[in-house]
Design a protein around this ligand. Structure first.
Ligand SMILES: NC(=O)c1ccc[n+]([C@@H]2O[C@H](COP(=O)([O-])OP(=O)(O)OC[C@H]3O[C@@H](n4cnc5c(N)ncnc54)[C@H](OP(=O)(O)O)[C@@H]3O)[C@@H](O)[C@H]2O)c1
Length: 259
């Protein structure tokens, strides 16, 4: 068994760390993103350090067509996928009505539509193979509504709901689906989402490497949903859902205002 993990968004941040951690366990990787140079550098690093095989697929999976093209490329390679990590995603700051509609629709396409496409295509193969593991990267943002990042929070709420439901359906067939819900992690995410100057980026969260390990280990144990920080897990699971809704909206909105 090659124990191959297909990882989207592996050119930086948490995705890169998933690839490192999986390779460290001796597993092969298929690493996917748009920036081929970063993927090639990671391939060299992982193959040299861990003696595994890293396959690079430079593919924009920003819409279901791209996700289908990725799946076709994997099929063509003949490599069997044991683990699917849907990690590629981005956010975007601002009042919904003032943001560019196309940017928000592109966010839904990557964070939701491509993730669903890959879960369906690869999930089917896993069922046929008699097993497999899926890790979908959500966010603590998916556990509450998020003024000033309305669409992003909603995409991650979709990821949480969808992933837990398909886990329930697939588990009897040997396939599990885990959601990793990180709080703030210092990566390229904040710059892409234009979060500079907000309270969010002042938080001292876990590192990308720590976050990837927490998600990966939870996936290996077949857990349904994991938050990457203990206190944040308590607050998002037990405090925010019980707060008056308007109070929660005010607090979240304040955290996302720029200084
Ligand atoms: N950082 C945080 O605070 C945080 C918190 C909660 C959840 N998350 C989630 O964690 C995941 C990883 O984010 P990160 O923090 O590691 O951010 P990041 O450093 O910006 O990494 C995002 C990755 O996604 C890839 N990507 C973006 N658009 C793509 C596209 N159209 N096609 C293929 N790949 C694409 C990027 O590569 P290319 O640009 O090379 O394509 C990059 O490798 C995301 O789903 C994010 O929503 C992050």
């Amino acid at each position: 068994m090659t124990n191959t993990a297909l990882i989207t968004g592996a050119s930086s941040g948490i995705g890169q760390e998933f690839a490192r951690y999986h390779a460290q366990q001796g597993g092969d990787v298929i690493i996917v993103a748009r920036r081929k140079d970063a993927l090639m550098a990671l391939k060299t690093e992982l193959e040299t350090q861990y003696g595994i095989t890293a396959t690079v697929i430079a593919q924009d999976v920003g819409n279901p067509k791209g996700a289908r093209a990725l799946y076709a490329a994997v099929q063509k390679s003949g490599i069997k996928i044991d683990i699917l990590i849907n990690n590629a995603g981005f956010g975007g700051h601002g009042n919904f009505i003032e943001r560019t509609l196309d940017d928000d629709l592109a966010m839904i396409d990557l964070n939701v539509n491509s993730l669903v496409t890959l879960c369906h295509l690869v999930g089917n193969d896993m069922v046929t193979q008699g097993g497999g593991k899926i890790l979908n990267v959500g966010s603590t943002a998916g556990m509450m509504p998020g003024p000033l990042q309305a669409t992003y929070f909603a995409t991650k709420a979709f990821v949480a709901s969808f992933s837990q439901a398909i886990d329930h359906e697939l588990r009897p067939q040997g396939v599990t689906c885990t959601v990793l819900a990180p709080g703030y992690v210092e990566t390229e995410f904040a710059k892409t989402a234009d979060l500079g100057g907000t309270g969010l980026v002042k938080q001292r969260g876990k590192t990308a490497a720590e976050t990837a390990k927490i998600g990966y280990d939870a996936m290996m144990r077949g857990k349904l949903h994991v938050v990457n920080e203990t206190m944040l897990s308590f607050v998002t699971n037990w405090i925010i859902p019980l707060m008056p809704r308007r109070m929660a909206l005010n607090i979240i909105s304040r955290m996302q205002k720029k200084a």
